[in-house]
Design a protein around this ligand. Structure first.
Ligand code: GRF
Length: 199
């Protein structure tokens, strides 16, 4: 069985969606570790309630490389095949990206390359786009920048607030993140430059 490592910083609803897909047999994988930079992340509590190994690794005063070395060590120890960033709010160092080359996925709540960084739903709403969505992509050391694996479009309604729009995007996040993970674990993709082609 392929082994997943989850990194999260907050509520962990994407992590919960991955765990649910595994439980329901829609995703052939196991979660071998859940790590967070924030000890108070609700996602960590959720992981423990599901009986999964979960650990906070606080950044303290470590620089990015030193901190990421701790993460790498924990993920290696858990023998993970794929790292899933599920609301992980820190940039990864080049060292981390090299350690898991092409084996790190992120979910972002916009149609990349639009609206990178924080508050992507707010950015989309204030810019005035009529369609936004979410993106699962491979992670490199730049922010929300790696090759795109899967996207889902979500219409922006005139009546939308950040909350209503975020909720509809989140439904799509929960749907496509497990699908993209399954695809990568099955090895049914190949790269053509930045393009991820399905086999
Ligand atoms: C999601 O919107 C995800 O796209 C972004 O951070 C949020 C995490 O939500 N990267 P959750 O912790 O998975 O509920």
């Amino acid at each position: 069985m392929k082994r997943l490592g989850i990194l999260l910083s907050g509520r962990g609803s994407n992590f919960a969606a991955i765990a649910r897909n595994i439980r329901e047999g829609a995703l052939a994988a196991e979660i071998s570790i859940v790590l967070s930079n924030r000890a108070a992340a609700p996602g960590l509590e959720l992981a423990r309630s599901l009986g999964l190994p979960a650990r906070a690794i606080p950044p303290q005063n470590l620089d990015r490389e030193a901190y990421d070395s701790l993460l790498i060590e924990a993920l290696m120890e858990a023998e993970v095949d794929l790292v899933c960033l599920a609301g992980y709010m820190r940039l990864l160092s080049a060292r981390f990206v090299r350690a898991f080359e092409n084996r790190i996925l992120n979910i972002h709540p916009s149609l990349l390359p639009a609206f990178t960084g924080l508050d992507a739903q707010h950015q989309a709403l204030t810019y005035g786009v009529k369609v936004t969505g979410c993106t699962v992509h491979l992670v490199d050391e730049y922010l929300d920048a790696g090759p795109i694996l899967m996207q889902a479009a979500v219409p922006v309604l005139d009546t939308d607030t950040v909350e209503t729009l975020s909720a509809r995007i989140l439904e799509q996040e929960h749907r496509i993140f497990p699908l993209a993970i399954a695809k990568v674990l099955a090895g049914s993709i190949r790269m053509e430059g930045r393009r991820v082609i399905s086999l």
